[in-house]
Write a protein that binds this ligand. Structure first.
Ligand code: PMP
Length: 364
């Protein structure tokens, strides 16, 4: 859709990336990192100072004590962390349970590992998890459960009850829980992100994935990390060492300095709340019925009463005829629900761009 947006000169609320610059201080630190000599390979698990900062952060936020030497690895973005976690732990014949609508890199990674993807659908508009179904779909072959909170594209936030239900179902089983938490700080309206790192009952079977790209408006840097059990991390690093070996050193050096001040991530929720409010208020009354979002920088619009076109045709039409690009939801499913017509809009954009988009939506 980004390519299509470019071809049509359309406003691009499709792909998830900010259209505003990162903090000038972070850019200055990146330049300084290169000038001061962080230009050769970083250690395989990542810059130790950065790993120590991250350990302190999760101690503060979740009361979780992570050994920076053995329980944190810096990765080439969250995508690589997810891919390597899946392919290093899951073997051919295993099953991996995950939730749809799902971020698009999950299913291919499971298939590349030779495993069977088992999708449990979270139904719109609430996207609640059907725990009876999860219970039924867990078998002796289930090796991993993969989840995403706050969810892309659903905006769903896992609740205390979801975590308890999960804990009950994986207790005593050899199931690894892989939690994609790249939108950890982007939650709205007083909702709180509950990380898997705050669940001691899962400490031996968990891995959590994060992205600096999302937190610091630098998606193009492709730097993230994975945190969790030392024995799983050992397995993870056995592949990471030969797939990636070492992640961009100057970025790690800069992030290490930048993370000294927690204010940057603490302000993120309010920063995005403002954009979310502006966009949803400006779209109100249009044909696009926004579903309530609790987290991530995406919001879904129900377009059921916008004629005969399906969601993919609607997204193309909106781009070509009206100059506004969004993402249809059906590609986020292995079998898209019939009749469902949802489009995903990314509001990690400048205010004037959100207002221009809303104007188009009001006119449609
Ligand atoms: N997980 C989710 C849910 C995402 O939305 C994204 C980015 N769109 C990623 C992982 C990938 O993050 P990164 O750019 O750090 O690889």
């Amino acid at each position: 859709m980004s390519r299509k947006a470019q071809e049509c000169g359309a406003i691009n609320l499709s792909q998830g990336f900010p259209d505003f610059p990162p903090d000038a201080l972070l850019l200055e630190l990146a330049a300084e990192a290169m000038r001061k000599g962080a230009n050769q390979y970083a250690p395989m698990p990542g810059h130790i100072g950065l790993r120590e900062r991250l350990s302190e952060k999760h101690q503060k936020l979740q009361g979780c004590s992570l050994n920076p030497q053995s329980e944190i690895t810096i990765t080439a973005g969250a995508t690589q962390a997810l891919y390597t976690a899946i392919t290093s732990i899951v073997k051919p014949g295993d099953e991996v349970l995950y939730f749809e609508p799902a971020y698009d890199c999950y299913r291919p990674a499971i298939e590349w590992a030779g495993a069977t993807p088992v999708a449990v659908v979270q139904k719109a508009p609430e996207f609640l998890i059907d725990w009876d179904e999860v219970g039924q779909r867990i078998t002796d072959r289930t090796r991993m459960i993969l989840l995403n909170t706050p969810g892309n594209p659903s905006g769903y936030l896992w609740t205390e009850s979801d975590w308890q239900q999960l804990e009950d179902r994986v207790a005593g089983r050899p199931i690894v829980v892989l939690s994609d938490e790249v939108y950890e700080h982007i939650v709205f309206d007083g909702h709180i992100h509950q990380s898997i790192l705050s669940r001691p009952a899962l400490s031996a079977q968990r891995l959590a994935v994060f992205s600096f790209g999302k937190n610091y408006h630098v998606t193009g840097w492709k730097v993230g990390y994975i945190a969790g059990s030392a024995s799983l991390m050992k397995q993870f690093r056995s592949q990471h060492q030969f797939q990636v070996f070492s992640v961009h050193h100057p970025a790690q050096w800069a992030l290490h300095q930048y993370l000294e001040d927690a204010a940057h991530y603490k302000g993120l929720s309010a920063f995005y709340q403002k954009k979310y409010r502006l966009f949803s208020d400006s779209v109100r009354g249009s044909k696009f019925q926004l579903l309530p979002a609790r987290g991530s920088y995406f919001v879904l619009a129900d377009c059921s009463d916008m004629g005969e076109l399906n969601d993919q045709q609607l997204a193309l039409w909106l781009t070509e005829a009206h100059g506004l690009a969004a993402i249809p939801l059906s590609p986020f499913y292995s079998e898209p629900p019939a009749e469902q017509k949802l489009l995903r809009f990314c509001f990690a954009k400048k205010e004037e761009v959100l207002l221009q988009a809303a104007e188009i939506m009001q006119a449609v």
